[in-house]
Design a protein around this ligand. Structure first.
Ligand code: NAP
Length: 213
């Protein structure tokens, strides 16, 4: 169990940065840092999805590769920590299971959680396992590019809407899809992600175009 000093009886505020991170990039780092400073978070834990059930049939880099890239990315910020919680779970990754497991590793009342992810992912939240339980476990920080944050949360149940904190991230224009496409087309990915991650991708031949047979 982590021992967080309960400053003046207040629980610590922990950001949980959830994503496939295929690959992780500077947009994710910026989103985590903006969330940390806007919400006064004590720490941000990066959790790459282990087995994202909603991405079956899509080719994604292995959980270990995505974890190592997350580790390399978070190395230099003492407030950012990578977690293997979903990588090590031998079951499909569901946010509700992760939050319940995380909660068990802290003393009761010692922490409050802020689950941080992309607005696009949050828009599909009603298809997530036991989504109605999420507001009781965390606030949900939906990060987006400027101009998108106010969009269409109206269709969500009121309790869910009230748990969501929209956060526009200036300069959040990098996307994992764009990086994968660039690699396939032999275009540069320099300055889109940390250099050690770029080197890791090339060294391990990730995201290359499949040779035609
Ligand atoms: P996604 O469909 O890959 O991403 C949707 C959009 O959000 C993309 O534009 C993506 O940009 C962006 N994004 C994703 N994670 C982000 C982050 N942490 N910070 C900033 N932007 C982010 O979504 P996903 O990665 O699969 O899912 C996001 C999270 O929701 C994961 O933790 C996942 O486990 C959870 N989720 C849970 C369930 C469930 O419990 N059943 C179902 C779906 C998703 P990039 O492509 O550049 O990352």
């Amino acid at each position: 169990m982590r021992a967080y000093p309960a400053a003046a009886g207040k629980p610590s505020k922990i950001g949980i940065m959830g994503g496939t991170f295929d690959p992780i990039h500077f947009g994710h780092l910026l989103a985590a840092e903006e969330s940390r400073s806007a919400l006064g978070l004590d720490e941000v834990i990066f959790i790459p999805s282990g087995d994202p059930a909603h991405k079956r049939g899509r080719k994604i880099a292995s959980p270990e590769d995505r974890y190592v890239m997350t580790l390399l990315t978070t190395l230099t910020n003492p407030k950012f920590t990578p977690s293997r919680i979903e990588i090590d779970r031998k079951a499909p990754s569901h946010t509700v299971d992760t939050l319940r497991e995380m909660r068990r590793s802290y003393a009761p009342g010692a922490v409050v959680f802020y689950f941080i992810t992309g607005l696009d992912a949050v828009l599909g939240i009603t298809s997530w396992k036991e989504y109605e339980s999420l507001p009781g476990l965390c606030s949900i920080v939906a990060v987006s590019r400027p101009g998108y944050a106010a969009q269409s949360l109206e269709f969500l149940p009121r309790q869910m809407r009230e748990a969501i904190i929209p956060l526009e991230i200036p300069l959040l224009s990098i996307s994992s899809t764009e990086i994968r496409e660039r690699i396939k087309e032999n275009r540069s990915i320099k300055y889109l992600l940390p250099e050690p991650v770029e080197q890791y991708i090339y060294k391990n031949g990730l995201y290359r175009k499949e040779p035609e047979v």
